[in-house]
Design a protein around this ligand. Structure first.
Ligand SMILES: [Zn+2]
Ligand SMILES: [Zn+2]
Length: 150
């Protein structure tokens, strides 16, 4: 999924503050104020009204926007995703997980798939093999953990 699509998806195609919909009313706000930082965790969808109010110091404060984004990220990255990122940021070997659980993080550039692991379980009613993947964190993923979930 493209980052833009992901941002619209996490606010349900509306403003992250007031919820108003309609693509022509919406814009991306750069949370750290740096317009060249177009990474997923620095962008949030706001309508022109909420966006202008914020920049005129009349709307929500920076901290409230950050709280809102943190909650949106928990939804988008999932609880599994955020704990995997935290674990991987402390362990250079990364984390092993079923691919479907963490592929969205690869799409956002936060993790890369290092290898496929075949796990052999010698169960009583017959052995079985489960294919997991080992994921390692990217520099962008480590930065996201440091900024938001440390
Ligand atoms: Zn709004
Ligand atoms: Zn802005």
């Amino acid at each position: 999924m493209k980052i833009e699509d992901c941002l619209y998806f996490e606010t349900d195609d509306g403003c992250a503050i007031c919820g108003i919909r309609g693509a022509e009313k919406l814009s991306f706000h750069h949370i750290d104020g740096d317009k060249t930082n177009n990474k997923y965790d620095n962008l949030i969808v706001l309508c022109y009204n909420c966006h202008n109010q914020h920049h005129q110091n009349k709307g929500l404060a920076e901290e409230q926007i950050r709280d809102r984004k943190r909650r949106l990220m928990l939804k988008t990255l999932t609880i599994h995703g955020v704990s995997a990122l935290k674990m991987a940021s402390r362990n250079s070997a990364g984390v092993a997980a079923p691919p479907a659980l963490l592929y969205h993080l690869v799409g956002l550039g936060l993790m890369t798939k290092a290898e496929e692991l075949s796990l052999y379980y010698p169960e009583q009613d017959g052995p079985y093999v489960e294919v997991d993947s080992r994921f390692v964190i990217t520099a962008q993923g480590a930065e996201l953990v440091r900024r938001w979930f440390a």
